[in-house]
Design a protein around this ligand. Sequence first.
Ligand code: TXA
Ligand code: MG
Length: 362
Amino acid sequence: MLPVGSLAKKTIMLDVDPVAPDPAVIRQAAAVLCSGGLVAFPTETVYGLGANALDAEAVRGIFAAKDRPAYDPLIVHLADVARLPDVVDAAPPLAYDLAETFWPGPLTLILPRGPRVPAEVTAGGDTVAVRVPAHPVALALIRAAGVPVAAPSANRFGHISPTQAAHVLADLGGRVDVILDGGATRVGVESTVLSLIVSPPAILRPGGTSREALARVLGDVCVVDHPTFTEVAPSPGTLMQHYAPRAKVTLYQGPDEAVLPVMREAASHLLAQGVRVGLLLAEEDVAAFAGLSVVLEIVGRRELLEEVARQLFTSLRALDRAGVAVILARDFGAAGLGLAIRDRLTRAAGGRVINVTASPSR
Ligand code: TXA
Ligand code: MG
């Protein structure tokens, strides 16, 4: 990707051990953050594009690098729940209960914004998104910088989130100062965004912390549905067309025995028209497509949703690189991480979801 105009930066890629990061490398990256620069770093979910959250100018740099619209607010990353009062105005006890169970980890809380947080971070709103990531590199970087770190996913706006440093380089090379390469991320989908502004708390974006796990602490939690593109959505980043590869995606939902034949038929039909077809499947699905000249991406075994979530974005990027025009993706249900996987695929599909019901003859 070529640097554009004033965005042109010399991007430095630094290898870093994901378990025991070299303090010298961390110090170098932290110094860049402290001087207003942009540092991409691994978290347990996806790579983030970080800037000093208290520096409005640096935060504007994030929006420019990503081509992100200013109405989409950022998540502030802390190294410790004890720093919450730095960025939040009077966090309720429930925030501390949730932090106790889920932080560090893939849960973002929406809370009242503290006065030190610039409007750029929150898109002018009076709430702020906060989380403590569960990744040694992210935690070391935030600690060394000594400031809260605002970081969206380190991809171009609307594109697939990066789970490897190479993905960041492909999207943001020449637009960021440093990329810390700590290998592939463990969770693979972004954090769950939970609003504590409303009661009962509401999931604005399903993610790495499951609804079931939250319900064990909260008792009651609803999931906000975002059926359409809207700039006044409660969580503006949850746009319908998001996480999108170049290829046109269709998501197939329904029981396996009904879905797979319908997908096979759709693939055959497209192939007959000369369309290059990619399939996003579970390992067990492959046999159902024997003999078709399609590009296969296996995201994992059906029941192992951790595997599927970890592989999902890499597979979508791989299908794009393979040059397919169309991607037919299978659904993985709504239990556990399945809900986040469904959410990302539905957005990648821009809402093109086909619900296959079980055939009555079976
Ligand atoms: O796992 C993650 O959450 C990753 C890593 C880097 O931490 N970050 C991430 O950031 O996915 P981003 O910017 O790609 O997504 C943040 C989401 C967006 O949907 C945004 O609209 C929402 O959080 N959000 C941020 N601040 C908000 C606020 N004050 N109220 C409601 N939603 C907010
Ligand atoms: Mg994002």
